[in-house]
Design a protein around this ligand. Structure first.
Ligand code: MG
Length: 256
């Protein structure tokens, strides 16, 4: 079922969006050369506890997961694209890190992700990150009443294809509400003017992710981390967005 939120409920969801944004700001700032992924997870865990929020990840155990996730943030390094399970790894100069975080505040969920280079960047990583971020912006711009889900998908795909990236559509955006994953799926590529019409009150995560050399992935031996099939690097950006008659509201917006 696709649920519509009232303006009051969307207002209530802002707290979760702000909290998720604050955790990504703090964990990104803490992700420096020499920092261990487990300490980044601990920082997010501490922030959840202090805020009285709830993790969406720690008990998350979908059909594709080997066991409950057990951590509160996804840390995907270099060829890891999605669902990077924090492990005992120390960040090195030039690592491309994606942080994906979702939490529930006052019973509402927000979900967001960012990618950046730790230390000295490579040009191809910067191009990948810039394109993925721009694909998210294009998806959000298409998230307006009168458009359809396919318009979001096509907008994301167009940005990726223009830069020569292939798009994997197995994992993509999803409706967000009381739980992290609603029934709505928003592929990162598709045909414009197709799919569900966008109505005020829809709230969903838009989340393009791209890999430099492939659109194929495989699951790491940890049972969670999804890696690029060819070992090339991946980037991932995500925001939780509310559709309103006045345009999309980015609930998980970070401070500039
Ligand atoms: Mg997410």
């Amino acid at each position: 079922m696709i649920e519509l939120r009232t303006p009051l409920e969307i207002e209530q969801m802002r707290a979760a969006g702000r909290f998720v944004a604050s955790v990504l700001e703090a964990t990104a700032a803490a992700s420096t050369v020499g920092k261990n992924l487990l300490s980044i997870d601990r920082l997010a865990h501490d922030m959840i506890r202090k805020a009285g929020a709830e993790s969406c990840y720690i008990d998350y155990h979908p059909s594709f997961g080997a066991s409950p996730f057990g951590k509160v943030i996804c840390t995907s390094v270099n060829d890891a694209a999605l669902h990077g399970l924090p492990h005992d790894y120390t960040l090195r100069d030039g690592d491309l890190l994606s942080l994906d975080f979702a939490a529930s505040v006052d019973g509402w969920v927000a979900d967001s992700a960012i990618s950046f280079v730790v230390g000295t960047p490579r040009d191809d990583d910067l191009a990948l990150i810039e394109t993925t971020s721009r694909a998210l912006d294009a998806g959000i711009a298409a998230a307006t009443v009168g458009n359809r889900i396919g318009d979001i998908s096509a907008s994301i795909g167009a940005v990726a294809h223009a830069e020569g990236y292939r798009v994997n559509t197995e994992f993509g955006g999803h409706s967000v509400g009381r739980t992290m994953h609603g029934d709505l799926h928003i592929p990162n590529d598709g045909r414009a003017s197709r799919g569900l019409p966008l109505r005020a009150g829809l709230v969903f995560a838009i989340e393009p992710w791209l890999m430099i050399g492939t659109d194929k992935i495989y699951t790491d031996a940890d049972g969670w981390t999804l890696r690029s099939a060819d070992g090339s690097r991946a980037a991932h950006f995500e925001h939780t967005v509310a559709i309103t008659d006045d345009g999309p509201i980015v609930l998980s917006a970070r401070r500039a």
